[in-house]
Write a protein that binds this ligand. Structure first.
Ligand code: HGY
Ligand code: MN
Ligand code: MN
Length: 398
């Protein structure tokens, strides 16, 4: 089963008319993706381990392979209306790279695992890298049990439908190193004119809930000077976030909003906005969120509204092992691959913070667009990525 054939089989699952993907965790589309993965593992006689959360590691343990395993893989869930490559490219490439190692007759001295982590995007339950955080203990089952989706469905109930639960996990016991291949979510490889790159680290980033409370009132009879309109405070906060991010060379996005009662002819009583903030280091991230929150509170004071800011998911700064990154970037035929930071979070970041030696390979994205139906990678670059992954795994498996 070639890369192209696997890609062709996976592509239609969870795709909508817009061409975007809705593979939210523990929904039919995402479970169908996992079923597809298990079929591919069975085709390769891999030994499949699934933890209670739904994370999967499929092991190739040929005769003589012993000791800490080499793990590769990524995630199959998507953001809302997401792209085809963010996550699945790492999983399909891992399967294709294993096939290539077998074709080369590689006899690994260590087991090789292919992993799939659930809810990497946090697009349904709001906590980024939920599966890998539960697997590493970075998130406790108790904290996970508090999570609900925007329809009020508890995580535990969504999982229970599939015989799963927010539990601790020993899935990663025996993993010595993790290498995740991922489509690049940005333009660096284009500017480097390179098909493959290596990650140096991940910017710290977080998701913060801004609850603006005002006074519901009539859209027509209420004089402008008499209003306590939370939509106004929210709007000014969005502008402030954009300005602060530009001033500080950071990133700030309000991409999600809920309005109560969400009527056309009523001043709302409450507006909730979610801020996604990212910066080059922890101090800069704290300063960015503080500046935005302070300006939002000042504006609320002027609007006669009130504001509560709640961090919902915060991801620490990740520095991948420089020696491992340098080794992957240079020990192969052809010129060195660029080593670059990313502002996108990944399961690799969670495993690295848990103390597992970790690295990432990026595959060129010709537009840099991601978290969008227009996310893309050329097949030729995807196949170069498979070879880069196979070459890197072969070295790690010695
Ligand atoms: O949101 C992110 O940074 C990643 O795509 N999960
Ligand atoms: Mn991803
Ligand atoms: Mn993503």
């Amino acid at each position: 089963m070639t890369f192209e054939a696997m890609w062709h089989d996976l592509a239609p699952i969870g795709r909508t008319a817009s061409g975007g993907y809705f593979r939210q965790p523990f929904t039919a589309a995402e479970r169908e993706c996992h079923a597809w993965f298990l079929t591919e593992c069975a085709r390769r006689d891999l030994t499949v381990h699934t933890d209670g959360v739904g994370n999967v590691v499929a092991w190739w343990r040929p005769e003589g392979a012993a000791g800490p395993g080499v793990l590769t893989g990524s995630h199959l869930d998507s953001v809302l209306d997401g792209g085809a490559y963010d996550g699945p490219l790492g999983v399909v490439s891992a399967l294709a790279a294993l096939d290539l190692l077998r074709e080369r007759g590689v006899a690994p001295s260590r087991p090789l695992g292919i992993g799939v982590f659930v809810e990497e995007e946090g697009s349904r339950f709001g906590s980024a890298c939920l599966g890998s955080r539960l697997a590493t203990g970075a998130l406790t089952p108790a904290a996970a049990t508090e999570l609900r989706d925007r329809d009020g469905v508890w995580l535990a109930d969504a999982m229970a439908e599939h015989g799963l639960a927010p539990t601790s996990s020993d899935l990663l016991d025996g993993v010595g190193v993790f290498l995740e291949l991922h489509v690049e979510q940005g333009r660096a490889l284009i500017d480097h004119d390179a098909a493959v790159g290596v990650a140096s680290g991940i910017w710290p980033h977080g998701r913060y809930r801004f609850d603006f409370t005002g006074v519901a009132d009539h859209a027509g009879t209420t004089r402008m000077e008499d209003r306590h309109d939370p939509m106004l405070t929210h709007a000014m906060t969005v502008l402030a976030a954009n300005k602060q991010a530009r001033l500080q060379g950071a990133r700030a996005t309000f991409g999600r909003i809920e309005v109560v009662p969400n009527g056309t002819n009523a001043v709302p009583s409450r507006v909730t906005g979610w801020l996604d903030a990212r910066a080059r280091d922890e101090e800069a991230l704290t300063a960015l969120v503080a500046a935005i929150s302070t300006q939002a509170q000042d504006r609320a004071g002027r609007d006669g509204t009130s504001l509560q800011v709640t961090p919902e998911s915060v991801s620490a700064s990740v520095h991948f092992e420089p020696e491992l990154a340098a080794r992957l970037a240079t020990e192969h035929d052809g010129g060195a691959w660029p080593v670059l930071p990313t502002q996108a979070g990944h399961d690799a970041g969670v495993l690295s913070l848990a103390g597992i030696p970790t690295a990432m390979l990026f595959v060129r994205n010709p537009t840099g667009v991601s978290h969008s139906p227009h996310e893309h990678a050329e097949m030729a670059d995807c196949l170069l990525g498979v070879h880069a992954l196979a070459d890197s795994l072969e070295r790690l498996l010695r």
